[in-house]
Write a protein that binds this ligand. Structure first.
Ligand SMILES: [Fe+2]
Ligand SMILES: [Fe+2]
Length: 367
C-alpha cells in the first residue's frame, strides 16, 4: 500500500452491471465519472447529473441538494466515492446521490473501472500467433511478425481497445476483434478461391494497427492528437511502410495490395476510407470487418439493455450506430411467454431431419 497508510486496499463490492438488485437499498462504493453536468428541474432549481461507470456498466446518478461544494472537487474522468439510494424508474435503476467525494489514488484499483475483454489476453495472443504460423507467404508472415515481435507494439496490442465507443471498446478489444476476424477469414477464404488467404489475414491483423497511435487508454478511452489530426488509417499506413522498408526484397505488388486493404477497409468515403475496396481481398475483408464490428455492437447493446432491466419481450433503445432498436431473439425464445418448452423439445429431439411442425393447440392462447 502506498503512502504508508494502514487502510486496506478497497475491493469494489457493488458493480453497476448488477445495480438493479440493490433496488430499495443505500450503497456506498467507488465509481468513475464518465460525464458531469449541471441540469435544471422544471421549477428552475439546479441539480448535479452524473453518468457513473465501472468495468461492468454505467448508470445515471443525480444529486438534488447540497452538491455545490463537493461538485467542485472532481471532474469527468475522476473516481469518486458515493453513497447512493438505488431506486427504479420505468423499470430502470436510478441512483440518487446522498454524499460524494473525490477518491484518493490509493483507494481503488484501476482494473475495477476499465472494461476488459472477457477472454484471457494470453489465450488471444496465442491464437493470433497460431494463425500467423499458418501463413504460407513468407513476406506477409515477416511483415506481421515484425509488428508482433516488436515488444513495444506487442504490449500496446495486448491492451488496446478497438474503438472509443462503437465496438470492442474495452481493454484487449482490438486483439479480440483481430482474433475473431482471423477465425472468420479462416472459414470464409476457402469458399472464395479468388481471394488470397494470407493477404486477407494480414489485413485482419494490420487494418486497425494505427489505433495503437490513435487512441490512448487508461481510465477513459480517448483520441491522441495524432489520432484526431491524422486518423488510424493514415497512421497505420505509415507504420506499415516503415516495417516494409526494412524487409529485404518485399515485393512491391504485395505492398500495394496490403496497403489497399488497410486504406479501403472502412468501405466508403463517408466512413473515412480514402479509397473504395477494389480487389477481391479488400472487398471481402471490408465485409468481414463490418460484420464482426456489427455483431459485437449488437451483443453489447443487448447486454446493456438487459442490465438496465429491460424484459425479454422489449426492444432496446434506439441504437445510433445501427440506426434501429434491437431485440434479443435468443432471450426472447428462452422466455416462458414464447413458444412452449414442450414444442421446442419436439423440434430439437427429432433426430436427423429437423422438424418445424408445431401443433396448433400447443401455441400460446393469444396466438
Ligand atoms: Fe478502422
Ligand atoms: Fe476492424
Amino acid at each position: 500500500m502506498s503512502h504508508g497508510t494502514l487502510l486496506p486496499t478497497h475491493t469494489k463490492a457493488v458493480f453497476l452491471g448488477e445495480i438493479a438488485k440493490y433496488e430499495g437499498q443505500t450503497v456506498t462504493d467507488f465509481f468513475a465519472v464518465a460525464q458531469k453536468q449541471f441540469s435544471r428541474k422544471r421549477d428552475g432549481a439546479v441539480y448535479l447529473s452524473l453518468r457513473l461507470t465501472d468495468r461492468t456498466g454505467q448508470c445515471e446518478a443525480k444529486m438534488w441538494d447540497n452538491f455545490e461544494a463537493s461538485a467542485e472537487t472532481f471532474q469527468a474522468g475522476d473516481i469518486i466515492k458515493v453513497q447512493v439510494e438505488v431506486s427504479g424508474y420505468n423499470g430502470r435503476p436510478q441512483l440518487t446521490i446522498k454524499k460524494l467525494r473525490k477518491a484518493a489514488e490509493d483507494e481503488y484499483s484501476l482494473a475495477d473501472f476499465q472494461p476488459h475483454t472477457v477472454h484471457s489476453i494470453d489465450d488471444l495472443w496465442a491464437k493470433l500467433n497460431g494463425f500467423v504460423d499458418s501463413f504460407t507467404d513468407p513476406f506477409l508472415q515477416r511483415l506481421v511478425r515484425s509488428f508482433l515481435d516488436d515488444p513495444e507494439t506487442a504490449s500496446l496490442l495486448r491492451g488496446a481497445p478497438a474503438a472509443k465507443y462503437l465496438h470492442h471498446a474495452w481493454i484487449g478489444g482490438l486483439l479480440e476483434h483481430i482474433v475473431s476476424l482471423l477465425g472468420l477469414c479462416d472459414r470464409v477464404t476457402p469458399h472464395y478461391p479468388q481471394v488470397h488467404r494470407d493477404l486477407v489475414m494480414t489485413g485482419a491483423i494490420l487494418h486497425d494497427i494505427g489505433k495503437l497511435e490513435e487512441l490512448r487508454w487508461s481510465l477513459n478511452f480517448d483520441y491522441t492528437l495524432e489520432g484526431q489530426l491524422l486518423g488510424h488509417i493514415t497512421l497505420g499506413i505509415s507504420m506499415i511502410e516503415k516495417k516494409i522498408a526494412v524487409i529485404p526484397d518485399f515485393p512491391p505488388r504485395l505492398r500495394l495490395l496490403v496497403e489497399h486493404i488497410v486504406l479501403s477497409h472502412h468501405g466508403r468515403y463517408e466512413f473515412g476510407s480514402p479509397k473504395l475496396p477494389m480487389t477481391p481481398d479488400a472487398i471481402l475483408f471490408h465485409y468481414l470487418d463490418d460484420l464482426d464490428a456489427k455483431m459485437y455492437s449488437v451483443r453489447t447493446e443487448l447486454d446493456r439493455s438487459a442490465q438496465s432491466g429491460r424484459g425479454p419481450d422489449e426492444m432496446t433503445d434506439w441504437v445510433r450506430s445501427l440506426e434501429r432498436p434491437l431485440l434479443d431473439s435468443q432471450r426472447f425464445l428462452d422466455s416462458p411467454d414464447s413458444l412452449g418448452e414442450a414444442d421446442r423439445k419436439d423440434v430439437s429431439e427429432s433426430d436427423g431431419e429437423v422438424s418445424v411442425e408445431v401443433t396448433i393447440d400447443a401455441l400460446p392462447a393469444e396466438e
